[in-house]
Design a protein around this ligand. Structure first.
Ligand SMILES: Cc1cc2nc3c(=O)[nH]c(=O)nc-3n(C[C@H](O)[C@H](O)[C@H](O)COP(=O)(O)O)c2cc1C
Length: 367
C-alpha cells in the first residue's frame, strides 16, 4: 500500500481557536500548486483522510479537488495521530491501494520515522510517500519526501499545469465542496490553439441531456458552432454582444441555449428557464471534468439569434455559452479583462441567502 503523509499548508498564527486557524493566501496558493503537481504525478488515493482542523481540511480539499477525490474527515488524524490510527484507517483497504493522510506535525514526521526508520522533518505543505508491505504498517520504505520548495519548482517548470484554476480563483470557503464545483469558474483566457474534440463535445452535451426537468419535458435546445467550421462560428459570434466578443471569439465552441416555453399549446411551462439552467450547470461541470472551461453569457442579442437561426416563437433564447481550454496567457485581452481575470471571486454569505422561520431570518444552524 502506498501511504501519503501530507502536512497542512502555511496557516494563520492566530484565530478564535487553534481549530479555526485557516490557511493564509500564500498557504492556499502553494498547496494549490503542489496539488497540481500531484495531479501530474497521477496520484489516485482511494481515501484522503484529513484532520478536522480547518487548516488541514482546507489543505485536503485543495488536493482532493485537483485529484477529483472526496475527503473523509477523521478524528484519528487530529493531534496524536499514530500508527494504530493508520492501521485502523487502512483496515480492509486493498493492499495495492493508495491512501493519503493530511494532518499535523510532529505526528506526520514521527509516523514516517516509525514506519521507515528515517528521520524526516516535514515542512508545511510537504509530502512523504511511504510504501508499506504488511497490513500492520510496521515496515515501510520512504519513496518520496517532497518539500514545498520542490513542488514550487516542479509547478513552475510545467506548462501543462497552467491550465488548472489559479489559486485566487479557488473559492475561499471552510466548507467541503465537490472537486468540480470547487474548480469551476468563468475564465476569459481561452486557448485559441486547442479545439474540443468531438467525443468531448458529445460528452458535454450528453450531460445536459440527462438533467432533471419538470415533468421530464426536457425543454432545452442548443445551437452549437465549433471553431473548425469558421463560417458557422462567425455567424454565432455575431449574435454575441460586443463586450463579450474580445474573449469569446477565442472559444473552441460557442452555443446559444434555448428553452421551449410551453408545456402544451397555450400552457406556459414556468420551469422552462429553471430546467435549461440545470442542464447547462451539468454541462459546465462535465466540461470541466474534461479540462474544458465554460463561460456563460447573458450578453448576446436574443432577437438577432431568433432571426439568424429562425428560432420559433414558442422557444426563448436564454443565454450564450463559450467553451474552451483555458490559458493564462492573456496578451490578447484588454486591461479590464486582464484585471477581471486577476480578481478574487466573491460570494454573498450563507446567512444572506439561507433563511428559516421567516423571510430574511438566517437559519439558526448557520450561526
Ligand atoms: C446567466 C448568466 C449570464 C452571464 N453573462 C455574462 C456576460 O454576458 N459576460 C460575462 O463576461 N460573464 C457573464 N456571466 C458570468 C458571470 O459574470 C459569472 O458567472 C459570475 O461573475 C461569477 O463568477 P464565476 O462564474 O467565476 O464564479 C454570466 C453568467 C450567467 C450564469
Amino acid at each position: 500500500m502506498k501511504l501519503y503523509f501530507v502536512r497542512h499548508g502555511i496557516a494563520e498564527d492566530m484565530a478564535e481557536s487553534d481549530f479555526a486557524r485557516e490557511l493564509t493566501a500564500r498557504g492556499r496558493r502553494r498547496v494549490a500548486q503542489s496539488a497540481r503537481v500531484l495531479r501530474q504525478l497521477n496520484l489516485r488515493p482511494q481515501r484522503i483522510y484529513s484532520s478536522p482542523r480547518l487548516r488541514s481540511r482546507q489543505t485536503a480539499d485543495i488536493i482532493a479537488a485537483a485529484l477529483d477525490r472526496p475527503v473523509t474527515l477523521a478524528d484519528e488524524v487530529n493531534f496524536g495521530f499514530d500508527l494504530d490510527d493508520v492501521r485502523d484507517l487502512t483496515r480492509g483497504i486493498d493492499s495495492k491501494a493508495e491512501v493519503m493522510f493530511v494532518g499535523h506535525n510532529p505526528d506526520m514526521s514521527l509516523l514516517v520515522h516509525q514506519v521507515t526508520g528515517v528521520n524526516v522533518s516535514m515542512k508545511k505543505g510537504g509530502l512523504a510517500r511511504v510504501d508499506v508491505y504488511d497490513g500492520a504498517a510496521t515496515q515501510g520504505e520512504l519513496v518520496w519526501l517532497i518539500a514545498p520548495k520542490v513542488f514550487d519548482a516542479l509547478a513552475g517548470n510545467n506548462a501543462l499545469l497552467q491550465s488548472d484554476p489559479p489559486p485566487h480563483k479557488l473559492p475561499a470557503t471552510p466548507h467541503t465542496l465537490q472537486p468540480l464545483i470547487q474548480r469551476r469558474w468563468s475564465p476569459l483566457g481561452f486557448d485559441r490553439e486547442r479545439g474540443i474534440d468531438r467525443a468531448t463535445l458529445l460528452s458535454i452535451l450528453e450531460a445536459g441531456r440527462w438533467a432533471a426537468s419538470s415533468s421530464n419535458l426536457q425543454p432545452w435546445r442548443f445551437i452549437v458552432a465549433r471553431r473548425e467550421d469558421q463560417a458557422e462560428f462567425q455567424r454565432l459570434l455575431s449574435v454575441i454582444r460586443e463586450g463579450n466578443q474580445p474573449w469569446a471569439q477565442h472559444a473552441a465552441v460557442l452555443m446559444i441555449a434555448v428553452a421551449h416555453k410551453f408545456r402544451q399549446p397555450g400552457v406556459i411551462n414556468r420551469h422552462a428557464g429553471y430546467d435549461l439552467g440545470q442542464a447547462i450547470a451539468q454541462m459546465v461541470l462535465q466540461a470541466l471534468d474534461h479540462g474544458v472551461y465554460a463561460h456563460q453569457m447573458g450578453g448576446f442579442y436574443p432577437d438577432r439569434a431568433r432571426e439568424t437561426y429562425q428560432i420559433p416563437e414558442d422557444y426563448e433564447p436564454y443565454t450564450a455559452v463559450a467553451m474552451a481550454y483555458r490559458t493564462s496567457d492573456l496578451d490578447h485581452l484588454g486591461d479590464g479583462h486582464r484585471q477581471r481575470e486577476a480578481s478574487q471571486r466573491e460570494r454573498q454569505s450563507l446567512t444572506d441567502l439561507v433563511f428559516s422561520g421567516g423571510w430574511a431570518q438566517p437559519a439558526d444552524f448557520l450561526l
